[in-house]
Structure formats: structure tokens, C-alpha cells
Ligand binder design. Structure first.
Ligand SMILES: [Zn+2]
Length: 476
């Protein structure tokens, strides 16, 4: 989980300003808080997931789930816990989470209220690395599934529900989700995936700022990293500069890139996102959001002022480094290399984007090389599984709005979405922005009552799916 939170936090502040919430102290510690606390104590910084994975899979096995360890190798521990054995090959609903966490940042002694891997339960919260991202979510999913163990044992449901806990999400998913989709897809037989995403937040809706809004991600902006190399063999002494030399040319070209007008594009996903937001919002603002293309002369100037909103409607190119070979201060380098971190909207093709960049740079001597590229992935078109989750959220959080959204960065969900499997990203809890800011940061923590609500959402979700598949035949 990375940049995704930034948008949620920024949207929150953009629309409302901060909101404080208080949580009751718990005299008796609920079992789910205790489980999360123990899970956090098994520190699992990326590459070292095994002890935590063994712990969590053992808990699942003891509860009665069918557990399969998919990989158990140095730096890669991936497992499943299911209502039915995977060998049955039933159509499978995957609840995806990751075992790994980012390292503890900051000054351990002075900045942390409680040590980051202590799993301390205090002030109505569970504290520590992974509390929100993503061990807390794993616990919600597992305990949400637990309610259906008995039912599954006594009934031949037409589908399976499987917790999938993977390694390596924080560094690109190469030791986790990537291996799973490449080697175990047939075994898993997924028909839908519910993975990580943003949480619900207050303050987005202007007419009713107290109303909760959840965004379920159905698409993402993909990364494209470019290297721009410019070589220009000129005289080498800085005292008599030639009319053009590599550094000067590159700076001029990069200036053109920075100054280019940002072309605004409303992809199908963003249009749907604004349209659904408009429906929830209502009133004049809702009308404008629902018909954003029509109202664009009025809304675009405001959108251009807001980095996060702008990032959802434009392809971006950020200069992340400029380097030339080290030399004396009076030496003219013959070569200069810049790197760009570009983020493309789901509909944009790499070759089209690069040719636009070339046009803007307006220098044929600049050689562009692709350093890394996430493959173009179709957005998930909200299907029944989207609406099941929406209903579950609305049941646990009465009055909440739910919309499909575009995420500004990708995560493990994408490995599944790339294969055309309906994939939805959401953390089904309602957490104030100041707590979201603790993700990847000092004092990561989750309120105990948020954890409880999250469990309730997954429980409700599975219950809704069972009811819909059996058309009321089973009384849950
Ligand atoms: Zn994460």
C-alpha cells in the first residue's frame, strides 16, 4: 500500500479539514485485537515473511480452515486458507492480503509511543507495523470467514471462499502475488478478488460532511519509468561555452516538459467515478459531477488547482533525477541522463505517451529508454461482486456512500485484474485521516472498534453472496 493513501488523505483535507475521533478504552481485550497483536509481534519486513506467515497459517488451520502453503522459500511465503479444499476446484472468491510490512521508519527510541513490533493494545487501539497495512485486513478477512466454517462443512456451497496471504507486496509483489498468478491460478480458480485499497473517510461529501464515503478501486494508474539520455560531443572547457552543449540542451528540453499544458482526459473509469460521486452527493454539485464533461468549463479550473484530483485526470511525468558524469566544475559533461516517473491513465498506450513526450522535448538527440513499465490493464467493470461488497458496506455502515474509483498507484490487485478477473480494492473500515497517515509511518495503529467493523463487513459480504447464490434457500 503506498500512494493510494495519499489521495484519500489529500481528498479528505481538500474537502473538509481534519476530523478527530475518540475511541473508548477497552477493559477487556477482544480476541480479534489479541490476534492482530500477536500477528504484529511476528515482525515481517519484506523478505522475512516466513515466521509471520507460519503463525497466521497455523491460526487458520487451528480454526478449521483448509490451509495450503503455496510457497515456502527464503523470502517467499504464500498460503491459502479456504472453506473447502482447493482440490475441489470450486469457483473461488479470494480475499487477498499481504503478510509483509515496511521497515520501522524514524527514531525508534524517541518518536514511537510503543515499539513498532510490540503489538501493544492501548487507548482502544492495536499499535504497530502492519496494524492497518495489511495485517489488520488479513485478520478481518480470516475472522469474517470463520462464521461460515460450520455452514460450509454441512452444506455443499457452489463456491469456495479463500484467504490468500502473500509476501512481497511492498516491493512489487514479485515474491508473492506474481508467483501465485503464474503458478497457482488453476488451483485457485478465482472468480473474484477482494484486495487492498483505501478506507472510508468523512468529509468528502459537501452537503453532508458527516456522511461516510467508501471508494472501491476498480482501476489504477500504471507506472512507466523512462530514461532520457542526451549525448553531445562538444569542447570540454567551461570557460568558452559552445552555443549548445548537453546539459544546456537537456535543461531546455526538460523545461518544455515541465511547462507543457496538462491535457485533461476523462477516462471511462474517472467519468463513472465522478458520476457515482455526484449521485451520492446530490444537489447542484452532484449534478455537475454527474455530468462532468458538460460542466467542464466550470469545474476544470478548480480541478487543475488540486494535485491529487489533477493526477486522476492526466498522465503525469515527474523528473526524479538528473545526472551527468562527475567532473571538475570547469568541465563540460558530454552526456546527461534524466529519469522520469510517469503515471498513465488506464486507457493510455505507452507508445502514444512516449511520442507525446518526444514531441514536447523537441530534441531528436534525446534517446528515450523504458526502464520499467507496468502492463496495460483493463479496468474492472463493476459486476455482481462489486454490488455485493457495496451492500455489505451499506449494511455495516448505514447511510454510507460507495463509489468505484481509480487508484493513483497499483498494488497486488493488479496481477489478478490483468487477467480479466473482477478485482476490487478496499479496506472496509472507517478511519480518520490522522490515523491513515500512520501507514508506513511512526505509530501505525488501528482502533479496535474499526477492526470489529471490518470483520463484520467480510462476514456480511460472504453472507450476501451465499444468499444470492442460493436465492433465499439458506437461512443465515
Ligand atoms: Zn499494503
Amino acid at each position: 500500500m503506498n500512494k493510494f493513501w495519499l489521495i484519500i488523505i489529500a481528498l479528505h483535507f481538500f474537502f473538509s479539514g481534519s476530523t478527530k475521533a475518540s475511541y473508548p478504552d477497552n477493559d477487556t481485550i477482544p480476541h480479534y485485537a489479541e490476534l492482530l497483536s500477536r500477528y504484529i509481534r511476528h515482525a515481517s519486513v519484506t523478505g522475512n515473511e516466513r515466521p509471520a506467515g507460519l503463525f497466521f497459517s497455523t491460526v487458520a488451520r487451528q480454526k478449521g480452515f483448509y490451509v495450503e502453503v503455496l510457497t515456502d522459500e527464503p523470502g517467499s511465503f504464500n498460503f491459502t486458507a479456504s472453506l473447502y479444499p482447493l482440490e475441489n476446484n470450486k469457483p473461488n472468491i479470494l480475499l487477498l492480503n499481504h503478510i509483509d510490512v515496511v521497515p520501522a521508519s524514524g527514531d525508534l527510541e524517541h518518536e514511537y509511543t510503543y515499539p513498532p513490533f510490540s503489538g501493544t493494545i492501548a487507548d482502544g487501539m492495536v499499535w504497530g507495523r502492519g496494524a492497518i497495512d495489511n495485517k489488520g485486513m488479513g485478520v478481518m478477512q480470516l475472522l469474517g470467514m470463520e462464521y461460515f466454517l460450520e455452514l460450509a462443512a454441512g452444506t455443499d456451497l457452489p463456491f469456495n471462499v479463500t484467504l490468500l496471504s502473500v509476501s512481497g507486496e511492498e516491493t512489487g509483489g514479485y515474491t508473492g502475488a506474481s508467483i501465485v498468478v503464474n503458478e497457482f491460478l488453476e488451483l485457485l480458480n478465482p472468480i473474484a478478488v477482494y484486495g487492498e485499497g483505501g478506507s472510508g473517510i468523512p468529509g468528502i461529501l459537501k452537503r453532508d460532511p458527516e456522511r461516510k464515503l467508501f471508494g472501491i478501486s476498480v482501476a489504477f494508474k500504471r507506472s512507466l519509468w523512462l530514461e532520457l539520455r542526451l549525448t553531445n560531443i562538444t569542447s570540454g572547457h567551461g570557460a568558452v561555452p559552445p552555443p549548445q552543449y548537453a546539459v544546456k540542451e537537456k535543461v531546455q528540453a526538460l523545461n518544455r516538459l515541465l511547462d507543457r499544458p496538462q491535457r485533461i482526459r476523462f477516462s471511462e473509469t474517472t467519468r463513472t467515478m465522478f458520476s457515482e460521486l455526484g449521485k451520492v452527493e446530490g444537489g447542484m454539485r452532484g449534478l455537475a459531477l454527474r455530468n462532468i464533461w458538460l460542466f467542464r468549463p466550470f469545474v476544470l479550473p478548480a480541478m487543475r488547482q488540486e494535485d491529487i484530483v489533477l493526477s486522476l485526470i492526466t498522465n503525469t511525468a515527474t523528473i526524479t533525477s538528473i545526472n551527468s558524469p562527475a567532473g571538475a566544475a570547469n568541465q563540460i559533461p558530454q552526456e546527461i541522463i534524466a529519469r522520469l516517473d510517469c503515471r498513465l491513465l488506464p486507457e493510455t498506450r505507452t507508445e502514444d505517451f512516449i511520442s507525446q513526450i518526444k514531441k514536447v522535448l523537441d530534441n531528436d538527440d534525446i534517446y528515450i529508454r523504458i526502464l520499467h513499465e507496468r502492463e496495460k490493464t483493463p479496468s474492472t467493470q463493476p459486476d455482481g461482486f462489486y454490488y455485493y461488497f457495496k451492500e455489505a458496506l451499506e449494511t455495516v455502515y448505514p447511510g454510507a456512500g460507495v463509489i468505484p474509483i481509480l487508484a493513483p498507484a497499483s498494488n497486488d490487485n493488479n496481477y489478478f485484474r490483468a487477467l480479466g478477473i473482477p478485482t476490487y480494492g478496499i479496506l472496509p473500515v472507517f478511519i480518520p485521516a490522522y490515523l491513515l497517515e500512520t501507514i508506513h509511518n511512526v505509530d501505525e495503529r488501528i482502533p479496535v472498534d474499526a477492526l470489529e467493523k471490518g470483520i463484520a463487513v467480510y462476514r456480511e459480504l460472504i453472507s450476501i453472496i451465499i444468499r444470492s447464490k442460493y436465492d433465499g434457500m439458506i437461512n443465515l
